[in-house]
Design a protein around this ligand. Structure first.
Ligand SMILES: Nc1ncnc2c1ncn2[C@@H]1O[C@H](COP(=O)(O)OP(=O)(O)OP(=O)(O)O)[C@@H](O)[C@H]1O
Ligand SMILES: [Mg+2]
Length: 269
């Protein structure tokens, strides 16, 4: 177990969160607001896969929103690639638990939506979109509309839609939480292969201890009220990891460490 602020390698920082505070206003003047994050510090290195775990309401989504540029911190600094986040950008790809697709567009047009908005709709972009859809296993469904796709297929289409922008940072908020076990394993495998190949930086929120241990280089366990990074665990399991990795004794040991850290944070609430 390492302390909260130690980075695993000397790679440049992709994300620096320094003393961040986020306060939500109360509903009325008399009701107190909610201090969702306070004194939150975390550095994520380039190419790192960081998993974020913590009790419901501890501020995980709030933190991802700050990184995505969907909202602003009330204090502290949120830096991506050394620059303060000032709003959403194509350098950061965001995936939510519910796949974000336009229902009136086909899978292909959904993927091409971002590039078209940036006036990049040439033949090459279209070919890349088709290639990406093929990579995510939707080669035969490129002209299907979201309602014609299964839940897992919609997730993969949303994934392709994010990947077309070649984000350097992927922000994933429980992206596989709603999937059945088999699709979930397939998506985890796909994500690990992609990460291994492209070396993107990933911040991945999950409730699932096993998922965090399988995917992450490090696991940040958060505590709530207000949300803070409480513990950082190095997951020193060999890569590439596959579903078989979950059957090793070492994996069970890491899982136990994460679970105990989570139980500690629950007990301290
Ligand atoms: N827009 C908002 N207005 C007021 N309070 C909010 C808002 N968004 C979040 N909060 C509060 O901030 C705290 C953190 O919420 P957040 O959604 O970040 O938690 P979380 O860790 O993602 O939880 P979960 O695991 O359930 O998704 C919660 O107490 C929540 O009620
Ligand atoms: Mg959340």
């Amino acid at each position: 177990m390492t302390s909260v602020f130690e980075a695993p390698s000397q790679a440049p920082a992709a994300v620096e969160i320094k003393g961040v505070r986020k306060q939500f206003a109360g509903r009325s003047r008399r009701s107190a607001g909610r201090l969702a994050l306070d004194g939150f510090d975390l550095t994520v290195r380039e190419g790192e896969f960081l998993c974020l775990l913590g009790p419901s309401g501890c501020g995980k989504s709030t933190l991802l929103d700050l990184l995505a540029g969907f909202s602003e911190a009330d204090g502290g600094e949120v830096l991506v690639d050394g620059s303060p986040v000032r709003g959403p950008g194509a350098d950061r790809g965001v995936l939510f638990q519910t796949p974000m697709l336009f229902p009136w567009l086909t899978a292909l047009d959904n993927v091409l939506y971002g590039p078209r908005a940036r006036h990049e709709s040439g033949k090459e972009t279209r070919e890349r979109a088709l290639e990406l859809l093929d990579t995510v296993g939707l080669g035969k469904a490129v002209h299907s509309y979201p309602h014609e796709l299964s839940g897992g297929m919609r997730h993969r289409a949303a994934f392709a839609r994010v990947l077309i922008n070649k984000p350097k940072l992927l922000l994933m908020d429980e992206p596989f939480g709603a999937l059945d076990a088999i699709t979930r394993v397939a998506m985890q495998k796909f994500l690990l292969e992609l990460w291994q190949r492209e070396r993107v930086t990933i911040v991945f929120v999950t409730h699932d201890v096993e998922e965090a241990a399988l995917l992450g280089d490090r696991v940040c366990v958060m505590t709530g009220s207000p949300g803070r990074a409480r513990l950082l665990l190095d997951v020193d399991l060999p890569r590439p990891r596959t579903i078989e990795s979950t059957e090793t004794l070492e994996f069970v040991r890491i899982k136990r460490q994460i679970r105990e850290a989570l139980e500690d944070t629950e007990a301290a609430r």
